[in-house]
Design a protein around this ligand. Sequence first.
Ligand code: BES
Ligand code: MN
Ligand code: MN
Length: 456
Amino acid sequence: MTTNEYIQCHKDRFLDELFELLRLASVSADPKYASEVTKTAEAVAESLRKAGADQVEICPTNGFPIVFGQKIIDPAKPTVLVYGHYDVQPPDPIDLWTTPAFEPQIRDGKIFARGACDDKGQMYMHVKAFETMVQTNSLPCNIKFMIEGEEEVGSANLGSFLESNKDKLKADVVLVSDTGMIANDVPSITIGLRGLSYVEVEVTGPNRDLHSGIYGGAVANPINVLCKMIADMKDENEHITIPGFYDDVLELTTEERDEMAKAPFSIDDYKKHLDLAEVQGEKNFSTMERVSIRPTLDANGIWGGYTGEGAKTVIASKAYAKISMRLVPNQHPDKITQLFKDYFEKHAPKSVKVEVRPHHGGFPVVTPTDSVEYQAAARAMETCFGKKPIPVRTGGSIPIIALFENVLGLKTVLMGFGLDSDAIHSPNEHYGLFNYFKGIETIPYFYQYYAELKAR
Ligand code: BES
Ligand code: MN
Ligand code: MN
């Protein structure tokens, strides 16, 4: 039986099993879901055992466990380390889901559920591709799985896991499906991810909430101050004003930018999808450039004062914001965090006190296209999609990828099958049935071509 025949035969079960996984609410950010996260780790471990791994462990960390599994067919053969994550984003705002986030449902050929694409659906493709290769006697490489439960909260415990398990994780390459492609008929491979610096700020005005009539006009309102401070961090060209912010940014050559601009993209479709009359962003850069090769600064949440029903006349004592800065080569997350902190503290008016609390960070990544692993992935996609994939840099972040190189000395292939329209992190996240099965079909070809190219 070929791998494709095996997949056809077991399609329904492959889907049922993914649904079982999607029913577990493995939200890593919120402690109220902790037992579900742990259960999901167990389910992933069990799925690896059933798929044919001969050594599976649930490795405890200071946070949620890392699931490790492997099948070593021949130490002389190359080893592929598959990375993915079983944790998901919170389902909020839950009222906006057409069907509940943890009750997967198929509509219009898509699986709707939190984690359907990011990353349970994409991670599980690898488990099923592995099963397929084992069952059809076509696994040409050794395989290791490392599936973590804290990606969505910054992978705080994975770095030290890499440090202390270098032997266990010994491999030739890392294979990840946790990104997207341009369209189902325009396959692409991600060759760049942005880095991240994420901070929370607290602005304190008066020592208690005040009557906005009695005091209004005479004391600084922390919410107003915070809004102005955030607004002031960009100038009229949408250029970030923090001194030194762009110092280390690697500018692309005109040739590189021209090459990038060849990837198909319609600004009209883009606006239509998002229901926007106009896009905006840094002057002199295209939309695609703004979301891939340029750094950003964005408020991700802002709160303070009274936000309940009706009106309450109050000047809040405190205002808060969560702010993300997406980074590009060669920006350093710690340096950017420090620049932000210095700027924010220096620019706060004397009428308020401010505090900046750094959260997680991560380095940007750019991978080569002339490597054996890129070529293997490109050939696999070409075989299954009938078209050569386009290499693209993307705006999202997967902080651990840089550590694969720095700690384990391994390059990563980001062969993702999601689409930007899959609404990851949003209500009604979904993943195409086409994409799920196409991924399962494509992955075995990666192993075949990778083994062939390595043997040369
Ligand atoms: N899978 C995403 C990252 C992603 C999605 C990259 C689509 C490229 C295309 C990942 O789960 C994610 O959401 N990462 C976070 C960072 C993390 C530290 C919370 C992100 O990018 O916001
Ligand atoms: Mn992800
Ligand atoms: Mn995510």
